[in-house]
Design a binder for this molecule. Structure first.
Ligand code: ZN
Length: 150
């Protein structure tokens, strides 16, 4: 696959998740609820998790924002369900590297997250993609203040 083809594939993946996000609902039996804002773009989400014995049993979100922030929240909530809290934090660290355009060991990386590797060229968009991940990280490290990218 050429890098142009890869880029098109990834753009369509982001559009698809942005239009029809997965896990977009209220989690009735959530153990953790935290809000995240990206005032720069107007992205605003509430992330809900059900954590039991250091495992993320379920994840969902609600809110609004641009296609990139929506797609990122959709994919992240898909990926972290059934992970341990420690594994989710590792994924968070990998995602930071991806959006900064740094190399990541590809065999340990979920394919769909590579969709965001082109964002390093668009610094203003990096906050959009990272918002829901920052919110996850804040939840896992027991912060109770709403997250802001500012
Ligand atoms: Zn945005």
């Amino acid at each position: 696959m050429s890098s142009d083809e890869a880029r098109r594939l990834y753009q369509s993946l982001i559009l698809e998740h942005g239009r029809a996000p997965h896990n977009y609902h209220k989690l009735e039996d959530a153990t953790h609820t935290l809000e995240g804002n990206n005032p720069l773009c107007g992205d605003r989400y509430v992330l809900q998790l059900r954590i039991q014995d250091d495992h993320i049993e379920d994840a969902a979100f609600e809110g609004h924002g641009c296609a990139i922030s929506m797609a990122s929240a959709s994919m992240m909530t898909d990926l972290i369900k059934s992970l341990s809290c420690e594994q989710a934090q590792t994924l968070f660290a990998q995602f930071q590297r991806i959006t900064q355009g740094e190399p990541v060991l590809s065999e340990s990386l979920p394919e769909e997250l590579k969709a965001f590797s082109g964002l390093a060229e668009y610094p203003a968009r990096i906050k959009c993609a990272n918002l829901i991940w920052y919110t996850l990280q804040a939840t896992l490290t027991q912060q109770n203040e709403p997250v802001s990218t500012e």
